[in-house]
Design a protein around this ligand. Structure first.
Ligand code: SF4
Length: 206
């Protein structure tokens, strides 16, 4: 894809190069927005992970997978944020061997100010006409799906649309059920991101 003449007649090389260039631009955008927030991009990703991930899935291991870092690197990022008073480590009440990450009051405040992080990217995408946007979404979805299959990416999403989700089968406080973890879930928990989310298109044939 880096050979310009080869790209001319090769849509795979052209699209691969386009994605590579995008990754560079995204890096630049998020770095600039992180500098403005006084945090590094991975620190911001960690705060957003703690904010949006279902409480019982907010582990260091899942964080490492979500940001594409090693476990050791994730631990260092977490410790830095604990030192800043933005993040706390707590024991999982259901399994004392597991440590969960949670935002402190100061961290919640900081995370709420990060609502618009990545805005520069959204501003660029906003300029694309609707009909092109629909094709872009399905094309990017296909790439993400393949990268996910190859374990280059973890795609965390809320329960809706997951093959394991059984909505409205429980009681008022925990109305939904997950067949994978065999647990009833509150409405709030089902609306948070889960790294085990499996869309129908990913279900393995029996
Ligand atoms: S595996 Fe699916 S249904 Fe279960 S908690 Fe995760 S997203 Fe929800």
């Amino acid at each position: 894809m880096f050979e310009p003449q080869q790209r001319r007649n090769n849509p795979v090389a052209r699209n691969s190069m386009a994605l590579f260039r995008l990754s560079q631009a995204i890096k630049k955008i998020t770095q600039a927005e992180s500098d403005a927030a006084g945090l590094s991009p991975v620190q911001i990703q960690t705060l957003l992970f703690a904010r949006y991930t279902r409480d019982d899935m907010a582990t260091v291991g899942n964080l490492a997978a979500a940001i594409g870092a090693t476990h050791v690197t994730a631990v260092k990022i977490v410790n830095g944020l604990v030192k800043k008073g933005l993040l706390a480590k707590i024991q999982n009440p259901e399994d004392r061997r597991v440590t969960l990450l949670t935002l402190t009051a100061k961290g919640r405040e900081a995370a709420s100010r990060l609502q618009d992080w990545g805005r520069g990217l959204e501003e660029a995408v906003e300029r694309i006409p609707d009909e092109i946007l629909a094709n872009l979404e399905s094309g990017l979805g296909a790439v993400i799906s393949i990268l996910r299959e190859k374990n280059y990416l973890v795609v965390s999403e809320p329960c809706l649309g997951c093959v394991h989700f059984r909505p409205n089968v429980g009681d008022t406080s925990t109305p939904h059920y997950c067949e994978l973890i065999r647990k009833y879930l509150s409405q709030q928990a089902a609306q948070k991101e889960c790294p085990e989310h499996t869309p129908a298109s990913h279900q393995k044939a029996p």
